[in-house]
Design a protein around this ligand. Structure first.
Ligand code: MTE
Ligand code: MO
Length: 484
């Protein structure tokens, strides 16, 4: 057909993962998959192939070799590689670019071992949550701590052993882990990390319908003591003026008045940003951390060095951290610009245009949340014991937890455990327990335990998911209900 667009091979590498339009080549056909990336069931691994051919990856991830997949790909077809870039047998001549395409190694070959009691939502990449009834310790045991990997886990030698700080004028300074330990005061803070998608499966049952993403239950959350140095101290040492007589801050001409701090993992290519104000606030306790519950952070959780941003959605706590940079703009990555943003309950994913994504606010501090994790039923005349957690973003404490056993008609207050958390503010969850006398548990339609929490700003949780629904299933925090 004459109207097929012919594309020179040299164009293809310009459309890699960092380009605003991302292409892949399958055999001799070219596809613009920019809008497909966040729908890709296997996650952003697909970015790795952008600007080149998908063929060697599909040899590794052979589940792609079926008609349904070819059918999806068709939607994104934009043209054919120009004949001048094909070899004698009609194959794309990748040698033209000096690229070796047959040497793709399975990036998931070197995954660490994991505890089989985790609930695996996907294997490659590993996304595994803690079963609710194992979430009853204030500090989550490391082997049970949820794992949320967008991509593969870097091998030890691929993970950065030092961190480079880049200031807004481009000035750079690099610190090894030993430098950080020797030069700065060590801090330990108790932090709850919660994935923005925690409880997404609950939101998926709401009236507007299923949401896209990993269908987590209550366990994409965990709490640990993290030790490391304050990012603030390191920025200051690297030349950023944080207190005293500072020159006027650099003026950004972007619409956002604030500057941003980018965290980049060169190892798995993940990158996001947080407001600079958070990074330099001594009360915000942002850490470059190397220890988790007193042990060196293991590979799954981002060792040797990860960012810890307390009170903020866990997506900002970048693992295998190699670079921190100050910029006028938010990170341009997929995970900052095209993910972790909520739209109204009326909006479907297909309605969202590029500029809508740009305008929507990135999730940073998270709303008040609570969940029931364990119910131990009464035997004889004894009590039914209900356990759970409650947590709010931004360092806000939990001041009350209300529990109902009749679907939310009548309420009682749970006992809040008084576990002490380290840090300038309350970055950790509050565990709670309530005993319910057996004779007060009425069978019937409304026999349902319900929980909602209140934080110290008197924020509370929405009653239902029907009107707080968003198509990505993020910040799912409506009252949690469990049938008795
Ligand atoms: N950092 C890197 N480099 N790669 C990732 O895939 N996932 C993020 C964040 N940091 C991620 C990352 C997300 S979405 C979450 S919820 C947390 O890490 C999960 O941290 P954990 O696996 O230690 O529980
Ligand atoms: Mo996450």
């Amino acid at each position: 057909e004459d109207d097929v667009r012919k594309i020179r091979l040299a164009e293809v590498p310009k459309h890699d993962r960092n380009a605003s339009s991302k292409w892949i080549v399958r055999e001799t056909s070219v596809y613009d998959i920019t809008d497909f990336v966040e729908q890709h069931p296997g996650g952003e691994v697909i970015l790795r192939a952008c600007g080149g051919t998908i063929d060697p990856y599909w040899k590794i991830f052979s589940i792609h070799q079926k008609p349904e997949v070819y059918e999806i790909l068709k939607e994104f077809y934009i043209g054919e590689i120009d004949e001048r870039d094909l070899d004698g047998s009609g194959h794309v001549d990748w040698n033209v670019l000096g690229a070796k395409v047959d040497a793709v190694d399975d990036p998931f070959k070197y995954e660490p071992e994991r505890d089989p009691s985790l609930i695996f939502r996907t294997e490659k990449p590993c996304n595994a949550e803690t079963p609710g009834d194992l979430l009853t310790d204030f500090l989550t045991p490391l082997k049970l701590f949820f794992v949320r990997n967008h991509l593969w886990v870097p091998q030890t030698h691929e993970s950065p052993q030092s961190i480079t700080i880049e200031l807004s004028d481009g000035e750079e300074k690099t610190y090894t882990l030993e430098d950080l330990k020797a030069k700065f005061k060590e801090h330990t803070i108790t932090v709850t990390l919660q994935c923005s998608g925690n409880r997404r499966s609950h939101m998926s049952k709401a009236a507007p319908g299923p949401t896209s993403g990993l269908q987590w239950d209550v366990g994409a959350i965990g709490t640990a003591d993290f030790s490391g140095v304050r990012l603030r101290d390191v920025l200051k040492d690297a030349g950023y003026c944080v207190d005293g007589d500072c020159p006027a801050p650099k003026q950004c001409d972007s619409q956002e008045a604030d500057q941003h701090v980018h965290f980049t993992s060169p190892a798995d290519t993940y990158a996001v940003s947080i407001p600079l104000q958070t990074a330099i606030n001594p009360q915000a306790d942002v850490l470059l951390a190397w220890d988790m519950n007193g042990e060196p952070i293991n590979r799954d959780h981002g060792g040797p060095l990860r960012a810890i941003v307390p009170g903020v959605t866990a997506a900002r706590s970048v693992k295998w951290l190699g670079k921190v940079s100050i910029s006028c703009d938010e990170s341009q990555s997929q995970w900052q610009k095209r993910d972790y943003k909520c739209f109204g309950p009326n909006i479907k994913q297909s309605q969202v245009r590029g500029e809508d994504w740009d305008e929507a606010e990135s999730i940073q501090e998270t709303p008040v949340q609570s969940a029931i994790t364990k119910i131990v039923k009464a035997e004889g005349n004894s009590q039914t014991t209900v356990d759970g957690f409650a947590f709010s973003g931004g360092g806000r404490r939990i001041v009350r937890v209300d529990v109902s056993a009749d679907g939310g008609k009548t309420w009682k207050q749970a006992d809040l455990h008084n576990d002490k958390a380290k840090g300038s503010r309350r970055w950790a969850w509050t565990l709670w327990t309530i005993e319910w006398p057996k004779e007060e548990l009425k069978p019937g339609q409304e026999a349902e335990f319900v929980v909602k929490a209140v934080d110290d700003a008197y924020n509370t949780q929405p009653q239902s998911f029907d009107d707080t629904w968003n198509f990505r299933g993020l910040c799912a925090n409506a009252w949690m209900r469990v049938a008795i």
